[in-house]
Design a protein around this ligand. Structure first.
Ligand SMILES: NC(=O)C1=CN([C@@H]2O[C@H](COP(=O)(O)OP(=O)(O)OC[C@H]3O[C@@H](n4cnc5c(N)ncnc54)[C@H](O)[C@@H]3O)[C@@H](O)[C@H]2O)C=CC1
Ligand SMILES: CC(C)CC(=O)C(=O)O
Ligand SMILES: [Mg+2]
Length: 361
């Protein structure tokens, strides 16, 4: 029997609740596909800080690096928001995990399930049939650039600094992922930056244009990121694949999530050239609904399905899970974030129950 080593970081807020449902689905995969998941659960984020004084310990990172795939929930919350030492904040643990795994390519698919075309805040005809992919650079850019910090100046006033910095090698490697994804999909790639006001954006545009010569079958276009944000809500189905930097990808993907009905629907896979991928929903720890059995576990379950496809060679199991999500939504099960009139209102665990029933039927 094939055994896969998984490191799981439930994290903070709704993280443990949604990860629990994802792990139930993985138990089904073990039964249905005759594989074994050897699961090591560890601490990341605020819970790690409270226990160890650090949002990610070296030992936990080493375990993750030695795994076949790393699965997580979410980190952060008001308890740690006051921390001015950013290196100790829960979110820094996640950034360190991403950097430590060198997962530079973050795939964020925005797919509108037919049953949820009504759940979007946009008109149904704009989102029905939507299937776009945001490829976000994840290991560089302004979340990592130096110098950073808050300095007190001679006159006693303060300035905050973060640095957007991209080497051309970082741009070309994420551009290649964008082109390769477009080749496997609709053959169209939009590169989003701010080359009109940022040198790093200009370099981004030049490097992506140069890489394009290796992919003559992909139709490349460039779009300023602010226009891209507008186009995503004006006419989202014009997009096939968007490649963009760490900050713009963060913002554009939360925006795109609302086209699918809810932030609780959008999964992600973060991939490196070698080593395990990291799989997490794109949303945060949702402190406003944590511990109340209200969170939508679907983004997490779909992220774990992406792990099966991209890291564990279990693509059939991933497809079965995606199909079960579709069936469950067709059956009318809805967590509060995607609820509409006449549907069956369920909590986090009951959504997991419904999905497992669909998988077993
Ligand atoms: N990858 C991660 O772990 C991330 C962590 N964060 C952290 O999460 C904390 C909260 O951040 P927010 O800005 O409030 O963003 P958030 O994504 O946690 O929540 C935004 C809104 O979406 C709702 N929401 C999110 N996920 C949901 C789900 N699965 N089901 C139903 N509703 C859901 C929340 O209830 C909230 O109203 C902060 O500490 C932030 O730094 C934020 C984004 C990503
Ligand atoms: C480090 C995270 C908190 C940033 C984020 O919002 C994301 O990656 O989606
Ligand atoms: Mg985000």
């Amino acid at each position: 029997m094939t055994t896969y080593n998984l490191t799981v970081f439930p994290g903070d807020g709704i993280g443990p609740e949604i990860v629990d449902q994802g792990l139930r689905v993985l138990e089904w995969v073990e039964e249905a596909y005759g594989v074994k998941f050897d699961i090591h659960t560890d601490l990341l984020g605020g819970i790690s800080y409270d226990t160890h004084g650090l949002p990610l310990t070296e030992a936990a990172l080493a375990k993750a690096q030695a795994s076949d795939a790393v699965l997580m929930g979410s980190v952060g919350g008001p308890k740690w928001d006051g921390k001015t030492d950013y290196d100790k904040r829960p979110e820094q643990g996640l950034l360190n995990l991403r950097k430590g795994l060198n997962v530079f390519a973050n795939l964020r698919p925005a797919y509108c399930f037919d049953a949820l075309a009504d759940a979007s805040s946009l008109k149904k005809e704009l989102v029905a049939g939507l299937d776009m992919l945001i490829v976000r650079e994840l290991a560089g850019g302004v979340y990592f650039g130096e110098p950073r910090g808050i300095n007190t100046l001679e006159d006693g006033t303060r300035e905050g600094i973060n640095t957007q910095r991209y080497h051309e090698s970082e741009i070309s490697r994420i551009a290649r992922v964008g082109f390769e994804m477009a080749q496997k999909r609709g053959g169209r790639l939009v590169s989003a930056e701010k080359s009109n006001v940022m040198e790093s954006g200009l370099l981004w545009r030049e490097v992506v244009t140069a890489v394009a010569t290796d992919y003559p079958d992909v139709e490349l276009s460039h779009m300023l990121a602010d226009n891209c944000a507008m186009q995503i809500v004006r006419a989202p189905k014009q997009f096939d694949v968007i490649v963009t930097d760490n900050l713009f990808g963060d913002l554009l993907s939360d925006e795109a999530a609302m086209l699918t009905g809810s932030l609780g629907m959008l999964p992600s896979a973060s991939l490196s050239d070698e080593g395990p991928g990291l799989y997490e929903p794109i949303h945060g720890s949702a402190p406003d609904i944590a511990g109340q059995d209200l969170a939508n576990p679907i983004a997490t379950i779909l992220s774990f399905a992406m792990a099966l496809r991209y890291s564990l060679n279990l693509g059939d199991a991933a497809t079965a899970i995606e199909h079960a999500v579709s069936v469950t939504l067709d059956q009318g099960y809805r967590t509060a974030d995607i609820m509409s009139e006449g549907m069956k209102s369920v909590g986090t665990k009951a959504m997991g129950d419904a999905l497992l029933a669909a998988l077993r039927s």
